[in-house]
Structure formats: structure tokens, C-alpha cells
Design a protein around this ligand. Structure first.
Ligand code: A3P
Length: 304
């Protein structure tokens, strides 16, 4: 009975998917040109730390790691509110919030952690001008695609993905929110040679979280004890984050995310694409991938 009521409530408040605006040919979840002007003119502070990713690449995971680092391993401080209330998502206006996140960001004391999915060439110029530190997390295309497909199914923020085959086609041709995965990962890879960018891979964090957390600490010029680092690894593991409503997003309004369709923290493993791709689909994807990534030196791995 409680379940039926919950579903009815979530249907009642079901919101329409966010509008897409094409900015320099990239489909972005931005309702208007006016909003884009505000985003582009966003004023960064020199001590802002930016988490940049293509959707479904481990953004929430990195946010949790950074929150724990910023709070010197104090889990309680990181459990106060759900992640999207902690770190403004600079280009988004959540339908349940009164203001766009870039306005909320103005009220947050420094040092702020900000999230973005923008491709590097659309980043607000003041972020470059202020020489902000940026952590970019990249995830292999196949797992990213699978995760994005399931996310479209469970969130009312995005349009229905239609069939799995349809969604694959859209992903490959960049006709999804935030555009081409290929351009995104390559654009940020090139940008890292010109700006303060730490470029990390989801699969590396999964394989050896300690090593990647040390890279983050080095980048942030911060030292923490071995005990605190172990605590961060524990608190940000898939298992522990899945049980933490503030990280698993189960504390978010049910009309935003329907965890009965698919969980936000779904599998958390490289290689789940193998459960979705047919042999024919895989061959087609690989051929397309070779073309799109020709000449790129990005060291992706699709399983660990
Ligand atoms: P899956 O759908 O493959 O499970 P984002 O935060 O960018 O939206 O990315 C979500 C993806 O990151 C989901 O992938 C989610 O499970 C995964 N993820 C989040 N926290 C994780 C963790 N601690 N360990 C491994 N994967 C994690």
C-alpha cells in the first residue's frame, strides 16, 4: 500500500523533462538563451574547485571524495544534505529549486566545490581567468552509455530514452544532453595541457582509490593522515555510498529520481556494458569508436 501511495505521489508531481538549448551545436539542458548568457558570465572565485565530467562518469563519487577531503574526513559533515544541495551545478536550474544553482552559488562561502558537465570549450571564461583548479573524471564510453541509458529511464529531468538500440544511436551521434562523449573527453584532455586540470579515470579510481586520492591531495596541495585517507576510501566506496541516502540520492525528491525503476548508484562497476551490448552492436560501436577517437592518446579501459 505504502508503495502504491509513493508511486502515486511521484506520478502526481511528475515534471516535464528539461528543455534542451543548442549552444554552438551542443545540446545542453538549459531553458533559454538568457540563462545561457548568465552561465557564460558566471563569476568564478580563484579558490573554486570545479568537478567536470561527461554525465554518468562518476561525478557524485568525486563530489563525495572532495567533500570528505574538504571536511578532513568528517563523515557527519558530509551527510547533512544530498550531494546536489552541497555543490552547485553551475549550468542547471533544478525544477524543484526556486533559483538556478549559479545564483545559489553566490551565497556559498569559499572555498566552493562546483559541478559542471559542460564541454571545455563552453566553460564560463572566468573559470579560466581565475585559474581555478578543475578535476575532470572520464569514464569509458560503453559503461557511460549504459549508465546514461538507465539514468534517462529513472529521472524525470530527462526525456524517455526509448529503446536501448535507439539510445545507443543517439549517444553515438552525440544527440543526447551534453552532446558527444568523444568530443567531451578529447576536449578536456587537450585543455589539461593549458590549465590547472587533474584528469582522472573512473576505472583507475575503482582499481586503486588510494592512489587516485593521493593524486587529488597532491593537486589540492593538501596533506591528510593515512587514517583519514582510509576513512575516505571506506565512506566513498560503492557499498557505503549506496547505503547513504545523501550520496545514493534516495533522499532526493521521488519525482526527480525513481529508484524503483533504476538506482542512481546502480552497478558501480566497469564492464557492465557486456550485459547490454550484443555482439553485432559491439562490433558497430568499436568501428565507430575507432573513427571518432583516431589519433587520440586517451588511455581508456573498459574492464578491470
Ligand atoms: P552505474 O550506473 O554504472 O552504476 P554520475 O555521478 O556522474 O551521475 O555517475 C553515476 C555513475 O557512477 C553510476 O554508474 C554510479 O553507480 C557510479 N558511482 C557512483 N558512486 C560510485 C562509487 N562509490 N563507486 C563506483 N561507482 C560509483
Amino acid at each position: 500500500m505504502a508503495e502504491i501511495e509513493k508511486n502515486a505521489r511521484s506520478l502526481e508531481k511528475k515534471i516535464t523533462p528539461l528543455n534542451v538549448l543548442h549552444v554552438h551545436g551542443v545540446p545542453l539542458l538549459i531553458p533559454s538563451k538568457e540563462m545561457w548568457d548568465k552561465i557564460y558570465n558566471f563569476q568564478a572565485r580563484p579558490d573554486d574547485l570545479i568537478v567536470a565530467t561527461y554525465p554518468k562518469s562518476g561525478t557524485t563519487w568525486m563530489q563525495e571524495i572532495l567533500d570528505m577531503i574538504q571536511n578532513d574526513g568528517d563523515e557527519e559533515k558530509c551527510r547533512q544534505v544530498v550531494s546536489f544541495e552541497r555543490h552547485p551545478f553551475i549550468e542547471l536550474k533544478f525544477p524543484h529549486k526556486e533559483k538556478p544553482d549559479l545564483e545559489i552559488a553566490l551565497e556559498i562561502p569559499s572555498p566552493r566545490i562546483l559541478k559542471t558537465h559542460l564541454p571545455s570549450h563552453l566553460i564560463p571564461p572566468s573559470i579560466w581567468k581565475q585559474n581555478c583548479k578543475i578535476i575532470y573524471v572520464a569514464r569509458n564510453a560503453k559503461d557511460c552509455l549504459v549508465s546514461y541509458y538507465h539514468f534517462h529511464r529513472m529521472t524525470s529531468l530527462l526525456a524517455d530514452p526509448q529503446s536501448w538500440e535507439d539510445f545507443c544511436e543517439k549517444f553515438m551521434s552525440g544527440k543526447v544532453a551534453y552532446g558527444s562523449w568523444y568530443d567531451h573527453v578529447k576536449g578536456w584532455w587537450d585543455a589539461k595541457d593549458k590549465h590547472q586540470i587533474l584528469y582522472l579515470f573512473y576505472e583507475d579510481i575503482k582499481k586503486n582509490p588510494k592512489c587516485e586520492i593521493y593524486k587529488v591531495l597532491d593537486f589540492l596541495e593538501k596533506t591528510l593522515s593515512e587514517d583519514i585517507i582510509n576513512k575516505i576510501i571506506h565512506h566513498t566506496s560503492f557499498e557505503v555510498m549506496s547505503k547513504n541516502p545523501m550520496a545514493s540520492q534516495t533522499a532526493a525528491p521521488s519525482y526527480l529520481y525513481d529508484h524503483t525503476i533504476s538506482k542512481f548508484l546502480r552497478k558501480g562497476m566497469p564492464g557492465d556494458w557486456k550485459n547490454h551490448f550484443t555482439v553485432a552492436m559491439n562490433e558497430k560501436f568499436d568501428e565507430h569508436y575507432e573513427n571518432k577517437m583516431a589519433g587520440a592518446t586517451l588511455p581508456f579501459c573498459t574492464e578491470i
